[in-house]
Design a protein around this ligand. Sequence first.
Ligand code: ADP
Ligand code: ZN
Length: 603
Amino acid sequence: MKEVKTPKKPLFLYYLGVLILLMLFNALLAPMLSSSAVKDVDYGKFMTRIEQKKIDRVEVEDNQILFTLKDDDTVYRTGLMNDPDLTDRLYEAGATFDKEIQQTMSPLTSMLIYFVLPMVIFIFIGQRLNKKLMEQAGGKGSMMFGMGKSNAKIYVQSTDGIRFDDVAGEDEAKESLTEIVDYLHNPSKYTDVGAQMPKGILLVGPPGTGKTMLAKAVAGEARVPFFSISGSEFVEMFVGMGASKVRDLFRQAKEKAPCIVFIDEIDTIGKKRDGQLGGNDEREQTLNQLLTEMDGFEGNNGVIILAATNRPESLDPALTRPGRFDRRVPVELPDLKGREAILKVHAKKIKTAKDVDFAAIARMAAGTSGAELANIINEAALRAVRQGRTEVNQSDLEESIEVVIAGYQKKNAIMTDQEKKIVAYHEIGHALVAAKQTESAPVQKITIIPRTSGALGYTMQVEQTDKVLMNKEELENKIATLTGGRAAEEIVFGQITTGASNDIEQATKIARAMITRYGMSEDFDMVAMETVTNQYLGGDTSLACSADTQNEIDRKVVEIVKEQHEKARSILEENREKLDELAGFLYEKETITGEEFMEILNR
Ligand code: ADP
Ligand code: ZN
């Protein structure tokens, strides 16, 4: 695909340059031109010439006197003196009083010099500059001089474009987009029945799940041009630019129809207009222009707008009503099968050993997005290179999951011996509690090598299958596992450390959700106390209950966590010997795999 970009910053610099040049021109060149023909003389000489009646034309100004002589064309200048009857004497001498003596150029030439010449120079420089920038950007030079031109990147359709096959998984999303492709191929099939394609389709899902890829794939499959612009580009530089960019984008698109227009991060312009203080007028204007443009096109004109967002709940209802972005295509995080497929797609770009088990890697990388999986593959390849190998093997991939999820190993982190011991017990505490509760997921690997993300140890738990539903007991077990680290510290050292802060946070979150969202407490039954406001980005919630109920909820959360903490402690106390043995092994080796763990536990 060939991409033609308009560089932004250089253009701005160019305008600045023009301004500076203009000022220089006025300051230096103009006075030079105007003063070049003037000759300064003293007042005495001027008086003599009057007496000699040699003055031809004269102009008396506020601060100087300009005059010419009868026998030559030079303009002379002299200062002004207190000379009350100068005018009379000049009159007697037969001088003509002239208004603008010094302007020896004709009005036409002066206009040419002052206005047309600079303009010609600047346009010439501008074109040269523009062309150069275009060449740098890799596109063919084209005249793009005006301000407020759209920065929409134009992807000229080509055969090596992205296809649906390049997007692994996401079968549901692909299915709903296939219809669009079919329509672009054969519009009459739809118009004959009188069916109208949706004008706008909203791709909704967490970051990095392949929304941009899908939009490109639609264009690639349909072999139509692809215009792409990010919502934030609409509202970046000058006030009033956003709306004009929208106008320009749609003008271009209509010329190239049928085509795909892709607006990434549409939430930046499409946020609810809620009359907040200090509201963003610029954004609103841009949004209004977008709505107008969408209403403006008659159905079936071949321009399909795809937009992506990861905060659909914040979009203005005007944007999502029928006739605008009325179709929603969810692009979710990939499931186990999807993850495996994505890994395989990206693994094609690297050399892998024969024994690499992608299914196992996919299982370990639960909850990762397509972009993260692509990153895992790349990190693995980099690791292989670092270790001087020519193929990526299983351990590269396993290590790179940890890198992507938990950050790089911190090789030179300083941990005292006592700290290392505490961390080993803490991590084994988690794992042992997990393993002893039948329904908790088994442990894959534990390491106590500090990570750059700040985690001192790391327990990788692996679900054998992607769980869709979790029951109350499983959630409770999860909380118990989270408290297991701290419980081990208490039992073994009789002391507690700051190392459990993340565990505490997570345990609290689960306990809270059990009460406020999953209806798992008897007192509140099936009443929602919280609503999720930000489903795809972290899942923030907002409370929807009275202050009294909030107190009650807080008390119950504490109750749940306390109970599980108690349970974790008793599990560890019952298995104190195994705890010591496992922690000793981990302290020694710094890493323990799931098999080693189970072997020690069961012997
Ligand atoms: P989004 O627009 O949803 O944030 P992108 O489409 O930009 O995500 O995806 C970012 C990168 O992640 C892609 O360039 C691709 O390498 C990888 N990726 C994401 N999802 C997939 C997928 N389903 N199949 C293959 N690669 C994917
Ligand atoms: Zn912990």
